[in-house]
Design a protein around this ligand. Structure first.
Ligand code: HEC
Length: 398
């Protein structure tokens, strides 16, 4: 009898998980379509209005239609705390456009509304797998896109070119990816074959991002240390260069066009943290299988390579981390209550931050280096003094 109960419980669990997954599937395209429209508004509005005057009425009317549609989509999304604020931010954007406000203000508001939407509805804006190189989708681009957009994104006929750095800086890699989904993008719609896989669309987004920086020299490695979030996922996929300080913007434009060249610069524990962030987003969206996959990927690609090194340096922390990984795994698999799983995510991420600090070379080393440099300088100075002294003596003897 007890056995029957547990089977029944399992079935119910499975059914509720399936229902949650179905809900994710249903609302994701709505949110993604709204995000797509907002990104077009952010990019295009500046060309349609200048100094409070309409420059291009067709484009301006298009913005207004896009916004009306975005508002309609937001209203169709399931109600939850925060939805009213999201709706307000879209309405404020509508007022700004109706009043023909400044381009930069509208761009910032449109992007802020898109980010709020993504956070509220747990839009998955980054792949979990590493981004492929631009070359990966080159032939696909030639086959499916070059007809309209020209070789190397040079533009052709009525379709726009894809290598204007200023314009491309307004799109995140995710925005480009979104443009290639016919269920989300009404601009391309059926002009793009719907059979592209998600992997192919990410690869095409990288190919397109590469056009704007083709032939440009790589940014200084120093910048990768200064902006670590931009050389890994999800940052590389979600950040819009235009919103960043100039040096970071320029670097991101290059990095996202050459993901294979940046991979080696990313700290494995930063990769683990990025994947945990993605896993948490998937979990919050009700996608437990996706969350589990990302969690395991984070373990294998981010944590495993450094596990032994950490155990040598701080065995108790390594043991604690092993427990945290295991606890989170079990919590997700066993369908533990939401709050418990989220807390487990937070504990694991905090411990990983600690591990990262423990693996930094100890500060002592830096002091040794400094001393060594000082001693070396002193030795050189002494040597020079002696040499000069000897020369002087020789000269005076002559
Ligand atoms: C049948 C023609 C056609 C094909 C094929 C096509 N596009 Fe487009 N694409 C367009 C047009 C037209 C626009 C501009 C729409 C607008 O702005 O109103 C566009 C817009 C874009 C944009 C946004 C550019 C911007 O500055 O706003 C990107 C990115 C893009 N396409 C990428 C691609 C990729 C990648 C492919 C191949 C998978 C592709 N397109 C296939 C016609 C096409």
């Amino acid at each position: 009898m007890r056995h029957n109960w547990s089977v029944l419980c399992l079935c119910l669990l499975w059914l509720s998980a399936a229902a949650a997954a179905q809900e994710v599937l249903e609302r994701e395209p709505l949110a993604a379509e709204a995000s797509n429209l907002l990104s077009y508004i952010a990019v295009d509005y500046g060309d349609s209005v200048k100094n409070g005057e309409i420059q291009d009425n067709t484009l301006y009317q298009q913005q207004r239609r896009y916004l009306a549609r975005a508002l309609q989509l937001v209203r169709q999304l399931p109600d939850k705390p925060g939805r009213a604020a999201l709706e307000n931010s879209v309405l404020e954007l509508d007022v700004a456009i109706a009043e023909k406000r400044d381009g930069e203000l509208v761009r910032r508001r449109a992007n802020a509304a898109a980010d709020r939407l993504a956070a509220l509805y747990q839009l998955q804006r980054s792949p979990a797998e590493m981004l492929p190189s631009a070359g990966f989708a080159e032939s696909l681009y030639d086959e499916r896109c070059a007809n309209c957009h020209g070789a190397g994104g040079g533009g052709r006929g009525s379709a726009p070119g894809l290598r204007d750095p200023q314009r491309m800086a307004s799109f995140s890699l995710y925005d480009l990816y979104n443009i290639l989904d016919p269920t989300v993008d009404s601009v391309h719609g059926p002009r793009i074959d719907g059979d592209l896989s998600s992997r192919q669309r990410w690869a095409l987004a990288v190919t397109v991002a590469n056009f704007a920086v083709a032939g440009a020299p790589p940014p200084a490695p120093e910048l990768a240390r200064r902006y670590p979030a931009l050389i890994g996922l999800p940052g590389m996929a979600t950040a819009r260069p235009v919103e960043l300080p100039a040096e970071a913007a320029q670097a991101l434009m290059w990095w996202r066009g050459h993901p294979e060249r940046v991979r080696a610069l990313e700290h494995p524990l930063a990769r683990a943290d990025g994947l945990l962030q993605l896993a948490e987003t998937a979990y919050r969206a009700g996608d437990n299988a996706g969350a589990y996959h990302k969690l395991m990927l984070g373990y294998r690609q981010g944590y495993a390579p450094l596990r032994e090194q950490l155990a040598e340096r701080d065995a108790p922390l390594a043991t604690q981390l092993a427990e945290h990984w295991q606890a989170l795994r079990t919590a997700i698999l066993g369908g533990a209550p939401n709050a418990e799983v989220i807390a487990a995510f937070q504990r694991l991420r905090a411990a990983l931050t600690q591990a990262r600090a423990r693996l930094e070379p100890p500060a002592r080393n830096e002091r040794y280096t400094l001393w060594a440099a000082l001693l070396f300088a002193a030795a050189v100075a002494l040597g020079l003094l002696l040499w000069f002294g000897l020369r002087r003596r020789k000269l005076s003897r002559l």
